[in-house]
Design a protein around this ligand. Structure first.
Ligand code: FAD
Length: 400
């Protein structure tokens, strides 16, 4: 009889990255077990804004095109072909431009995207209001990204877990991994609070906890836990149809020189705000949800009231309606940011049969499914897809 604690692959972490990897491995016929210390989607993957996608595939797809456009197709398949209601929709996204300087910068950026076959347009505020009536008429304009969409984060992450289980994967929640030992034959033994598990191959998909889990193996996986926070209004009638955000932060980040003490594209250096970041929209249940702050403050889940007010003011500049609606709830989650801004996906060079998928930062919900597929293909075939070369863990994972 096969021991139920034995599999081909053990995946640690039941966020979008772990369950998407498990689903694709199970599709390839691998026996997979997922070990999650809480519930599926109990961390970042369950509390995010559900924003998906990017610019499409482009003429010559790079890793970012694969992760965004590829994941978009996988979400679509879950909703339209596999029968999971994950609230997937593809309405496109609009990002407000606040100044003439930003307008010039966005115009060049849109032109560059279009030259490379990506989908982006520059709209005046009048053109935007024809598509999204509540947007402000006093902004110079908007960047429109028609290939953006949204899904319910908890439902989608659960759907990957259920789809993996339907293919035979074993999903163990409430299993906190406390140690990992490599056997002489190269296989892995994993200790949890609920017993031992064994597999030939081990995958670390533990998001913002990559550093403490790496510590158990004596390696440093350089991931910073970054707090993201959001707020929601009470349900209101359908009023905001696109994903909505601002170009202020991408513009500011493009002008700032890197600070080696912080990952790129965060909103605060210490207590000092370096930009305002904004994204959100309206959920199927009618709530209007916005957020954007990204702060390096450890594993802290307390929303910062000042930051929420700044974010709400920013949202009101884009969509004045939201400034009139009271905030009824706020929350925070912890995102995995790498120090060079790129994901970390592939084989950990220090050990045999050890893989990692992390560092998807603030867009890991929208990029997790294809990351999981690429990693599953790598494990199954023994060969990484060429697009994974830029995110090879060998560039940054070291023995401590
Ligand atoms: C407020 C907020 C808004 C966001 N908005 C968006 C958005 O709109 N679009 C988008 O694409 N992304 C968004 N993100 C980012 C996205 O949520 C993350 O990038 C993504 O969920 C990371 O997935 P993950 O699987 O790597 O990590 P997680 O979802 O954090 O999963 C890691 C799992 O590992 C488990 N784990 C850790 N240690 C152990 C252990 N020792 N044993 C067992 N299990 C362990 C944890 O319990 C956790 O469930 C947002 C994030 C936040 C916080």
């Amino acid at each position: 009889m096969v021991n139920s604690n034995e599999s081909d692959v053990l995946v640690i972490g039941g966020g979008i990255c772990g369950v998407a990897t498990a689903f694709h491995l199970a599709q390839l016929g691998q026996r997979v077990t997922v070990l999650e210390r809480g519930e599926i989607a109990s961390e970042a993957s369950g509390v995010n804004a559900g924003g998906l996608g990017g610019l499409g595939w482009g003429n010559n797809p790079d890793l970012q095109s694969y992760l965004t456009a590829g994941s978009f197709e996988i979400f679509k398949t879950l909703q339209l072909d596999m029968g999971y209601d994950i609230e997937f929709m593809a309405p496109g996204g609009l990002q407000g431009i606040h100044t003439a300087e930003q307008w010039d910068w966005v115009r060049d950026r849109v032109h560059n995207y279009q030259m490379h076959g990506y989908h982006a347009e520059l709209l005046t505020s009048r053109e935007t209001r024809a598509m999204e009536p509540e947007t402000s008429e006093s902004l110079p304009g908007f960047m429109y990204l028609p290939k953006r969409g949204k899904a319910n984060p908890t439902k989608a992450t659960m759907a990957f877990s259920d789809a993996a289980a339907a293919l035979g994967a074993i999903i163990k929640t409430g299993h906190n991994v406390e140690g990992m030992t490599q056997q002489q034959d190269g296989s892995w033994q994993v200790q949890t609070n609920q017993g031992e598990f064994r597999a030939k191959t081990l995958v670390l998909a533990v998001g913002a906890w990559s550093r403490p889990v790496g510590d158990m193996l004596g390696i440093e996986i350089p991931i910073a836990p970054i707090k993201g926070q959001m707020w929601a209004t009470a349900p209101v009638p359908p009023s905001i149809f696109h994903l909505s955000g601002s170009m202020e932060s991408p513009f500011d980040w493009s002008q700032q020189s890197p600070d080696n003490n912080f990952p790129p594209e965060i909103t605060h250096h210490g207590d000092t705000r370096v930009t305002r970041h904004l994204y959100g929209g309206q959920s199927r249940n009618g709530e209007i949800i916005f957020g954007g702050d990204r702060q390096l403050v450890g594993y802290d889940y307390t929303p910062d009231a000042t930051g929420i007010e700044v974010n709400r003011g920013h949202a009101s500049e884009i969509i004045p309606l939201v400034g009139k609606l009271p905030i009824v709830r706020t929350w925070a989650g912890i995102m995995p940011f790498s120090m060079d801004g790129k994901p970390i996906i592939g084989k950990i060079p220090q050990f045999d049969n050890l893989f990692v998928l992390t560092g998807l930062a603030s867009s890991g919900f929208g990029r997790g499914p294809m990351s999981g597929k690429l990693l599953a293909d790598y494990i199954h075939t023994g060969h990484p897809a060429p697009v994974l070369s830029e995110v090879d863990p060998a560039r940054c994972v070291i023995f401590k």
